[in-house]
Design a protein around this ligand. Sequence first.
Ligand SMILES: [Zn+2]
Length: 410
Amino acid sequence: MSAAVPEPAAVSARRRRTREQLLAVLARHDALSRAELARLTGLSRSAVGACVSDLVEQGLVGEGPATAAPAGPGRPAAVVRLRRGAGIVLGLDFGHTHVTAAVADTEGRILAERGEILDVDGRPQQALDAGARLAHAALAACGATMDEVVGAAAGIPGPIDVRTSVVREPTILASWIGLDPEAELGARLRRPVTVANDADMGARAEHLYGAGRGIDDLVYVKASHGIGAGLILGGRPYRGATGIAGEIGHTQLPGAINWCRCGNQGCLETVVSVGAVRRRLEHVLGGAAPDRLPPMAELAASPAAARVLTDAGRTVGRVLADLVNCLNPAAVILGGELGAAGEPLVAGVRESIDRHAGQGGAGAVRVLGGRLGERAELLGAVAAAIQSSSAAGPAVTAVTRPAAPAAVSR
Ligand SMILES: [Zn+2]
């Protein structure tokens, strides 16, 4: 399938703004020298120089001689031009409490990004409106328009019936049940939008650019408020007959008795959702409020917290062991907010798979932490948008396999 390269690691907010400013100015002019770019943006010559070099290296702009003869003596000043031949794509990520929109070129390089914190779960119409607003804001930020968009895709944290594109039960997104996000977003953006479950988007991104590069049979677990898995089988996303393949959050655990929002008792999600794990962490760390706890990656350094996380990993691993027996994947990749805990969680999952999966399956599977962190779902939406643009027709050029993987942080 089409592939893409995510933006370089750890682009600071300031560098991202500089980048967007330059791309926006270049979108309005055919070609500009570095000096003209500095004048038009108000940025320093050195800031422009560094950013242009980055953009040239990433293939987003080209730099070469101006076509007109130079006015003065000496070497003609090189001019910078935008390279956006194949059009641009839009990726949207709807989390439980945030919406993010990214504009990328058809090789997956992020051009601009806008996000907002809001109650996605409880206010679907407002969240969908925000998605459209942020998409337009991200387009404006890099000087692009909706007319240039050749593909758009969005991930939402709930199961979507592939036959009807409607959100199904059981889902944390109770107020989204029965909604058709493809139709809703399509109407707002006035163009087709591919929508999939966010774990499927995360699986796509980790497969193309992250821990799963080169691994064509993998299970990606998004462990956050809910727990879901995205499957890549034979190199392709697998969603099942109705689109809910990988909904492992409602697998019943022996001995667990808490009631789940799906109406059953003892589901995996009742024991290892990020909220439940945070409450346990709060307890062992001496009463810190769950919303004041440091990020998972930092918590993992505390031995007491690491024990809680390893125990959570064992519980998830018990369910994953059955999936490993069924699917015989080459890797299990742990993502989402809980996945950010890294080694302690990985160790617990590994332990349960070794213990409960058949010898052949357990021995063949690697358990890995995700490499794209909480950006996996957004980058997966960008990849799905690129794929939808390739599927739409021959206007879009083929794109290449990604270069070196990039660890991307927010
Ligand atoms: Zn349940």
